[in-house]
Design a protein around this ligand. Structure first.
Ligand code: PGA
Length: 263
C-alpha cells in the first residue's frame, strides 16, 4: 500500500466547549463554509467529537442535512451497563450513530488518573460495541528530557493494543503533552519520527496489513498554518485538533489542507 493510500482524517476534539445549540450552529456553518469553498468531501474524512450532551443534536443534524462528517465521542465507560453513576456506555454511543471514541487523551490520563490499564479496558469496551478507538499517546516534557520522544508513546501504545485483534479498526493519535494547547507544535520531522515508530508497534502487534491501513494522526497545537507540513510526512495521516477545531474558518482551512499541502 502506498503511503498516502490511507484517506486522511481530520478530527476535531471540542473538549468541554460548545453546548448542543452552539454545536448545531457550528456544524452548519462549517458545512456551509466547506461547500462554499467547493471542498471535495471524498478526499478527507472529518470527524467531530462534541461533548456527550451535544451528540444527539449533532447526530440529528448530520443525518437530516446529509452532512458527511463522522461523529465521535470524547470518552466511554469500561463497563457496558449497571450501577456506574455518571458513566456512558459504548452501547449508548453506538445507538446514536457514534462511530469513534477518543481514548487515553492526556487530559483524561492527567486529570482523571487514567493509566494504561484503564486505557486498555476502554479500547476493549469500544471494540466490543463496534466503535473505532482513537488511541491517544504522547510524552510530557519531563518524559522527553528523560527518555526521548518515542519511548513513552511506544510503551503506551503497546499496552493499549494488548488483546486487540489484527483486523480491528483503530486510529492512533500521537499527541506530545507539551504541544497540547501550548501553541508550540512539534515539528513535522518530530511527528514523523514518532508516528513511524508507532506504526512499527502496530506492525509488531497486529501485523503489516494493519500497520499499512491504520491511520496515525498528529495532535498538539495544529493550526491552518502548520497542518500542511504534518500531512506531507509519510506516516502522518491526519490530525487531532483541539483549540483550532472550535473556529469555523480555521477548522475549514485545516480540513482543506490539500489545497495548501502541495501534493
Ligand atoms: P490543541 O489540542 O490542538 O488545542 O493543542 C489537541 C488535543 O488535545 O487533542
Amino acid at each position: 500500500m502506498g503511503v498516502k493510500d490511507r484517506t486522511p482524517l481530520i478530527a476535531g476534539n471540542w473538549k468541554m466547549n460548545l453546548d448542543h445549540l452552539q454545536a448545531v450552529a457550528f456544524v452548519q456553518k462549517l458545512h456551509w463554509a466547506l461547500k462554499d469553498a467547493k471542498h471535495d468531501f471524498e478526499s478527507v474524512d472529518v470527524t467531530v467529537f462534541p461533548p456527550f450532551t451535544d451528540l444527539r443534536s449533532v447526530q440529528t443534524l448530520l443525518d437530516a442535512d446529509k452532512i458527511p462528517f463522522g461523529l465521535g465521542a470524547q470518552d466511554l465507560s469500561v463497563h457496558d451497563s449497571g450501577a456506574y453513576t455518571g458513566e456512558i456506555s459504548g452501547a449508548f454511543l453506538k445507538r446514536l450513530d457514534v462511530a469513534s471514541v477518543i481514548i487515553g487523551h492526556s487530559e483524561r490520563r492527567e486529570y482523571h488518573a487514567e493509566g494504561d490499564d484503564v486505557v486498555s479496558a476502554k479500547v476493549q469496551a469500544a471494540l466490543r460495541h463496534g466503535l473505532v478507538p482513537v488511541i491517544c499517546v504522547g510524552e510530557t516534557s519531563e518524559d522527553l528530557e528523560k527518555y526521548g520522544a518515542s519511548a513513552v508513546p511506544v510503551g503506551q501504545l503497546e499496552k493499549a493494543l494488548e488483546g486487540v485483534a489484527a483486523d480491528a479498526e483503530i486510529v492512533v493519535a500521537y499527541e506530545p503533552v507539551w504541544a497540547i494547547g501550548s501553541g508550540q507544535a512539534a515539528t513535522p520531522q518530530q511527528a514523523q519520527e514518532v508516528c513511524q515508530k508507532l506504526r512499527d508497534v502496530i506492525a509488531q502487534r497486529l501485523g503489516e496489513d494493519a500497520a499499512a491501513k491504520t491511520r496515525v494522526l498528529y495532535g498538539g497545537s495544529v493550526k491552518a498554518s502548520n497542518i500542511a507540513g504534518f500531512l506531507r510526512e509519510p506516516d502522518v495521516d491526519g490530525a487531532l485538533v483541539g483549540g483550532a477545531s472550535l473556529k469555523v474558518d480555521e477548522f475549514a482551512s485545516i480540513i482543506r489542507f490539500q489545497k495548501h499541502v502541495g501534493v
